[in-house]
Design a protein around this ligand. Structure first.
Ligand code: NAD
Length: 261
């Protein structure tokens, strides 16, 4: 299927590794130009080297001016902003009783305020040109709060609500806003040293493989998803072919959330 992404100017946040890097590669493979956003310039350069036509900008997405700066960089480099993927995120295993105000604020800033500021900067530009795609990378935790970090789950739920509100506001202008809700994915968030697998193991007093096995046992598909599987869904939602999809929250979770809606 030809996705119709050739020549589109895309912004992907959290593109220095994991799902964001895979999404950047997938969009690039479809012929799109991609502005990669994350905090670490050298890691961004490494991912850009795997893309056909890419530029990078080192930004912390929680800074108030990051959305505007990313739009300006994308327009300067590629001439327009056609696609935005709000993917930057982070999570630590922390029980409800241990979550501090700072933890709650951090998750709110990262998932809600950053997504809001990037959409607030991007959507009017896309509406002006009559075409745009925005994908917000939420989580299965946003649909069914997991106990691993309730601040993360609540912020991911809010991100879904925000995504829906932007979809309603901009669909008539040709700007289609959707969210995805990945379940456990084999990305550095889980698999890196000190990542969620190690944190879960330490909390439960089991070894890493046992912690991963427990997580897998809760997924109907019986395995973690891959970065590329999530990236494929992102690329489709960013594409011309997703022309009748707006305000959706697509699960990419191997069946983890036990609900059909
Ligand atoms: P990851 O840790 O591998 O990558 C996260 C990316 O976000 C990195 O590039 C990191 O540098 C960037 N980032 C984090 N904070 C940032 C900030 N303040 N400013 C700029 N960049 C920042 O994680 P991932 O698994 O690729 O996760 C990507 C998204 O998918 C996140 O929003 C995450 O919540 C979501 N998600 C992941 C899983 C999973 O199991 N991996 C499941 C559900 C949802």
């Amino acid at each position: 299927m030809e996705l119709g992404l050739r020549g589109r100017a895309c912004i992907v946040t959290g593109a220095s590794r994991g799902i964001g890097a895979a999404a950047a590669r997938a969009l690039s493979a479809e012929g799109a130009s991609v502005l990669l956003v994350a905090r670490d310039a050298s890691r961004l350069e490494a991912v850009a080297g795997e893309c056909e036509r890419a530029a990078t900008i080192a930004l912390d997405v929680t800074r108030a001016d990051s959305g505007e700066r990313a739009m300006a960089a994308c327009r300067e480099r590629f001439g327009s902003v056609d696609v935005l993927v709000n993917n930057a995120g982070a999570m630590r295993v922390r029980p409800l009783q241990e979550l501090t105000d700072a933890d709650w604020r951090e998750q709110w800033e990262l998932n809600v305020m950053a997504s809001l500021r990037f959409m607030r900067a991007a959507a009017p530009l896309m509406a002006e040109q009559g075409w745009g795609r925005i994908v917000n990378v939420s989580s299965s935790s946003g649909k069914r709060p997991s106990t691993s970090n309730v601040a993360y789950a609540v912020a991911k739920s809010a991100q879904l609500a925000l995504s829906r509100a932007y979809a309603d506001a901009y669909a008539a202008s040709g700007v289609l806003v959707n969210a995805i809700a990945p379940g456990p994915i084999e990305s550095p968030l889980w698999t890196s040293a000190g990542g969620l697998a190690d944190q879960s193991a330490a909390r439960k007093g089991v070894d890493r493989e046992r912690a991963l096995e427990e997580a897998r046992s809760k997924i109907p598909l019986g395995r973690f998803g891959t970065e590329d599987e999530v990236a494929a869904v992102i690329a489709f939602l960013c594409s011309e072919r997703a022309s009748d999809v707006a305000g959706a929250a697509w699960s990419v979770d191997g069946g983890s959330v036990p609900s059909i809606v």
